[in-house]
Design a binder for this molecule. Structure first.
Ligand code: E4P
Length: 223
């Protein structure tokens, strides 16, 4: 069973999609916040955390270990549902951050991961979440479905607590591919999620039913 998160920092989009009853969390990053130009990071994050509560909201920290720890501890005071996105740093310092923060009771989501080896390390370090970037993996020439499947088996076979998130979704068809690889979570951008209820045959079927109803009502026996 794969749950859906929304990959956005836009408050109107979060409000709209929460009403659908399909999302179980929100993920953000620096690029996503850049789209919300002019907002205040702390204020916007606190509003999102409140809206999405009790579901988790991932806020990304900086790439330097000391800064990351300081920032994570600060963000963590903003709500019960804060998750700190920890970058998979090439020198292993991201893993170190996971170990420290998780031991302090701060939930982490290791992000920007492109390989099974990276996921294996994040899982073993005790991250609450591990994020694989589907289309960026494909861009680098690997098979993202296999990366997701293998990472999920490491978690299941080892009995680890980590929940696997798959992001970097570019079209509705990606969702189908990802769900078949069975991660715990898929994080979908608003633009893609909005396209998912649509099917042209559904629209034409509903129009056909509408026409039938009008005809039925015209001929309906009066009481
Ligand atoms: C996931 O948590 C990330 O925010 C996101 O999906 C990154 O995807 P991109 O490749 O669209 O930047």
């Amino acid at each position: 069973m794969t749950e859906i998160f929304l990959d956005t920092a836009n408050i109107d989009h979060i409000k709209e999609i929460l009403e659908w009853g399909v999302i179980r969390g929100v993920t953000t990053n620096q690029k996503i916040f850049l789209k919300e130009k002019g907002c205040n990071f702390e204020e916007q994050s606190k509003t999102i955390l409140k809206l999405v509560e009790p579901y988790p909201v991932s806020l990304e920290g900086p790439n330097n270990l000391d800064e990351l720890l300081k920032t994570a501890r600060e963000y963590n005071t903003w709500g019960e549902n804060v998750v700190i996105k920890v970058p998979m740093l090439p020198d292993g310092n991201g893993l170190k951050a996971v170990k420290i923060l998780e031991s302090e009771g701060i939930k982490t989501n290791v992000t920007a991961m492109m390989s099974v080896n990276q996921a294996f390390l994040a899982i073993t370090a005790g991250a609450s979440y591990a994020s694989l970037f589907f289309n960026r993996i494909r861009d680098s020439g690997d098979n993202p479905v296999e990366v997701v499947k293998q990472s999920r088996s490491i978690i299941d076979e080892g009995g680890y607590k980590t929940k696997l998130i798959v992001g970097s979704i570019r079209k509705p068809e990606d969702v189908v591919e990802i769900v078949s690889a069975n991660p715990h979570i898929i994080t979908i951008p608003y633009k893609i999620l909005k396209q998912m209820p649509y099917h042209e045959r559904t629209v034409s079927t509903l129009e056909e039913f509408d026409r039938a109803w009008i005809e039925f009502k015209k001929a309906e026996k009066k009481q």
